[in-house]
Structure formats: structure tokens, C-alpha cells
Write a protein that binds this ligand. Structure first.
Ligand SMILES: O=C(NNC1=NCCC1)c1ccc(Br)cc1
Length: 332
């Protein structure tokens, strides 16, 4: 099997939403594909109306193939302090033409206010490793893990774009989506994430610095959270940039010209255009102050390489054969 699903950015590329078909007859929900978590959960008919503001709801009672997983519950919180929890059904799930008949579909009975406010986001589809799935008492597998043995190749790929729709592919590496070679690097999955070594960085007129640091490839995080000293050195090149102590984030005049940011994977070098790093207005009421797409990580010991970085490349998430999983990066 192989399949391809179009993914569409919300305003400012805050997140990318991908249609997923669940149940019989199919109920289509738009989910946030998240390589930083491993639960597939959806807004559901079981939520109090006060928690729903326009989202599409999965109603298992309307699906002839839905079966409740007796006694199973889930409870997740994300890096941005959002959270959700609920109970578990199994049902047929189809992504871009690739189907799994008994996927754990975690239905929300509670969602935090960030999710309620995010009116087009109907839930998440986790694509990190199944070792961090939160279902209890028996952990469930991710959609990718479930379909892996049926895929023509043990991979999924992300082709995210700046302010434009992209694609998530499963089971195939589409040569039309990248140029040159794919550079692969080993993944350490021990924390359940797609964690890899960034070989170094460069920006503006400074030469590339071979200063390796670890990071996770996280399609569910909007920005790129990098080591604080690197973020500091980058914004020192931006006239008027400052660390907004209230946000704990760098802001700068919106008319700033931001340098490109180079990152290394193995011997390869990839460029995040400065344009991508001029992420958005800090708030709609002040059109002169903008918010950076590169921000300091919170000292958790590794970087969180979210969409700002991922959208500048074509990324292969490779489960590998019996060997270790790996990540591939290519220019596009
Ligand atoms: O939650 C994480 N990624 N996904 C999402 N963020 C917001 C909604 C979905 C995340 C994962 C690992 C680390 Br370390 C920090 C954050």
C-alpha cells in the first residue's frame, strides 16, 4: 500500500490540518498530524457542547464498524500546555487511501480551552513512537505502526509548505517532491520521539559552526525551539530584536530583514529562509511588532524542530527494516 493526503495550513501556518476518514459510513475529520505525540484522538459527540466551537465530531454510534475498547482511557498534555482525555473505540481509519480496519480512535470527553478555541482542528493523529501512546490499561499503536507491514516502504514523508498546502505520504518516497539526494541520519527513539543530531548551524554572514545539538522532528509544533545561545546569536543580527520577557520569546520590528538560518544534517546543509522566521504579528493590535519563528528551547536538553524548520525541507520518517529508525532530509 501507499497513499497521499493533502495537508492545509491554518492562518500563519500555526498548524497543518489533514482530512482523515473514520468509520462506516465514513466520517471525515481534519486532524493535526503530530510527529511529537502518539495518540489519535478526535472531537466527539461525547463532549459537552461548551467544549465545541465549530469542530466536526466523530460519533461512534453512527458507525457500524465502531467497537468500544472496554475500560480503556487516555489522557494527554502537549508542550504548549494544551490537553485532552477520554475513552477509546476501534474503527476503520483511512488516510490518503491507506486504510487500517481496527485503529484505536481515542474520543475526547474533555478538551482544554486551546482546543475549543481552535475551531478547524478536529483532533490529532500521532506519528511519534507507540511507546508514548497514553491509552491505559493497555497501550495502543499509532496509525503508522498499524499500517507499517502493509506499506510498500516503511516510511511516511512530510512536504509542508510556507502559507500553502503540502502533503503527507505513506509507504512511498515521491521523487517529484524534492531535489538532489536525501541525507539520512540515525534516530534515537528512546524518549518516543524522532530525535536526531543537528550537525551545526549558520546564519547571515557568519560561517557554518559545527556545534552539534540534539532535536526532535515535531510536525505538531509551529516554531523551531533551538538552544538559547544560538537563538541569542541569531537575533543579535536583527536590528531592534529583543527578548520579550513576558513571552520569553524574541520579537522585532515587522519590517526587519531577517537572515536565513542554515542547519546541518550530516554533511548536508539546509536553509530556513529569513522570510519563514518573520513568523507573525505579536498581536493584531500592534502592526509593527513581529514574533520570531526561531525561539529558545526551554532548556529541556534538546531542541524542538517544528514546522518553521520542517517546511524548508522534504522529510522522510523511516521506520527502517529491523535496524534503527532514521530521518531523511532533502532540499526542494
Ligand atoms: O506537544 C508536542 N508536540 N505536539 C504538539 N504540540 C501542540 C499540539 C501538538 C511536544 C512534543 C515534545 C516536546 Br519536548 C514538546 C512538545
Amino acid at each position: 500500500d501507499s497513499g497521499s493526503a493533502k495537508t492545509t495550513p491554518e492562518k500563519d501556518d500555526l498548524e497543518y490540518l489533514t482530512p482523515v476518514s473514520i468509520g462506516t459510513p465514513p466520517q471525515v475529520l481534519n486532524l493535526d498530524f503530530d510527529s511529537g505525540s502518539s495518540d489519535l484522538w478526535v472531537f466527539s459527540s461525547e463532549l459537552p457542547q461548551s467544549s465545541v466551537s465549530g469542530q466536526s465530531l466523530y460519533d461512534p454510534s453512527k458507525s457500524s464498524t465502531a467497537e468500544e475498547v472496554q475500560g480503556a482511557t487516555w489522557n494527554i498534555s502537549y508542550g504548549d500546555q494544551s490537553s485532552s482525555n477520554g475513552i477509546v473505540y476501534r474503527d476503520v481509519v483511512n488516510v490518503g487511501g491507506v486504510e487500517f480496519k481496527s485503529q484505536a480512535v481515542e474520543i475526547a470527553t474533555t478538551v482544554s480551552s486551546q482546543f475549543t478555541r481552535d475551531t478547524n482542528n478536529d483532533g490529532l493523529l500521532g506519528l511519534a513512537f507507540s511507546s508514548i501512546n497514553t491509552v491505559q490499561p493497555q497501550q495502543e499503536k499509532t496509525f503508522f505502526d498499524n499500517i507499517l507491514s502493509n506499506l510498500d516502504a516503511p516510511v511516511w514523508t512530510a512536504d509542508l509548505k510556507y502559507h500553502a498546502p503540502g502533503t503527507y505520504d505513506f509507504g512511498v518516497i515521491d521523487k517529484s517532491k524534492y531535489t538532489g539526494d536525501i541525507t539520512y541520519t540515525d534516530v534515537d527513539q528512546s524518549d518516543g520521539f524522532w530525535m536526531f543530531d543537528v550537525a551545526g548551524y549558520g546564519f547571515g554572514n557568519s560561517t557554518f559552526k559545527a556545534a552539534p545539538f540534539k532535536g526532535i522532528a515535531d510536525t505538531g509544533t509551529t516554531l523551531a525551539m533551538i538552544p538559547a545561545e544560538i537563538a541569542g546569536a541569531y537575533y543579535r543580527q536583527v536590528k531592534g530584536a529583543k527578548l520579550d520577557s513576558q513571552q520569553g520569546a524574541y520579537v522585532f520590528p515587522c519590517d526587519s530583514v531577517l537572515p536565513d538560518f542554515i542547519f546541518g544534517v550530516g554533511n548536508a546543509r539546509y536553509t530556513i529562509p529569513g522570510k519563514f522566521i518573520n513568523y507573525s504579528l505579536l498581536d493584531e493590535s500592534d502592526p509593527t511588532t513581529c514574533f520570531g519563528g526561531l525561539q529558545p528551547d526551554m532548556g529541556i536538553g534538546f531542541a524542538i524542530l517544528g514546522d518553521i524548520l520542517l517546511k524548508s525541507t522534504f522529510v522522510v520518517f523511516d521506520a527502517g527494516t529491523e535496524s534503527t529508525p532514521r530521518l531523511g532530509f532533502a532540499k526542494k
